[in-house]
Design a protein around this ligand. Structure first.
Ligand code: ZN
Length: 170
């Protein structure tokens, strides 16, 4: 099943939907086509190029933090499936401040970790182990939530995602 990236009226990436859902947005004139593939869909009297990127005609207000659910897949996507201590392939989720020491299960306290690092750190704080985090964890950017929602980022989505990352870090 192919998917389409939905942009807000401001061109900010919002979510990923099925091609069918994107087509309905176009047919209902709730969205406009920004990028289409070479395939054509026909319904009764109309024909539409298969949407790959559509933009809503109206502005939708979405709190950024609400968009990315904290789960294993999302943490791995944010951290590039790499252990945030040593860079090896990650298999576990590590709480930077251990839960046993009051650490919360929130975006800025979880990192992807390999099994040995996770075992070595256990109930310790980072400072107590001599280990070092590659970067402090934070709420993931657009790119991660698109990746998690769709499983893949299509090349024609890239310019919109890059733009969003740039405006977020500005
Ligand atoms: Zn490691």
């Amino acid at each position: 099943m192919s998917q389409a990236l939905v942009l807000n009226a401001t061109f900010e990436p919002l979510c990923v939907v099925s091609t069918r859902r994107a087509l309905l947005l176009l047919i209902d004139e709730k969205a406009e086509q920004v990028h289409a593939t070479d395939r054509i869909f026909r319904a009764e009297r109309v024909a539409f190029a298969e949407p790959s990127v559509v933009r809503l005609r109206y502005y939708v207000k979405v709190p950024y933090r609400a968009r990315v659910a904290l789960n294993r897949r999302a943490v791995f996507a944010r951290d590039g499936h790499r252990c945030q201590y040593c860079g090896d392939s990650a298999e576990n989720i590590d709480h930077v401040i251990p839960r046993s020491r009051g650490g919360l299960h929130v975006w800025d306290n979880v990192v992807a970790s390999c099994r040995p690092c996770n075992a070595r750190k256990r109930d310790h704080l980072v400072e107590e182990t001599g280990m070092r985090l590659k970067r402090p964890p934070s709420v993931p950017r657009q790119r991660t939530f698109i990746l998690v929602a769709s499983g893949a980022i299509r090349s024609e989505w890239e310019p919109f995602l890059e733009q969003a990352s740039a405006s977020l870090s500005a």
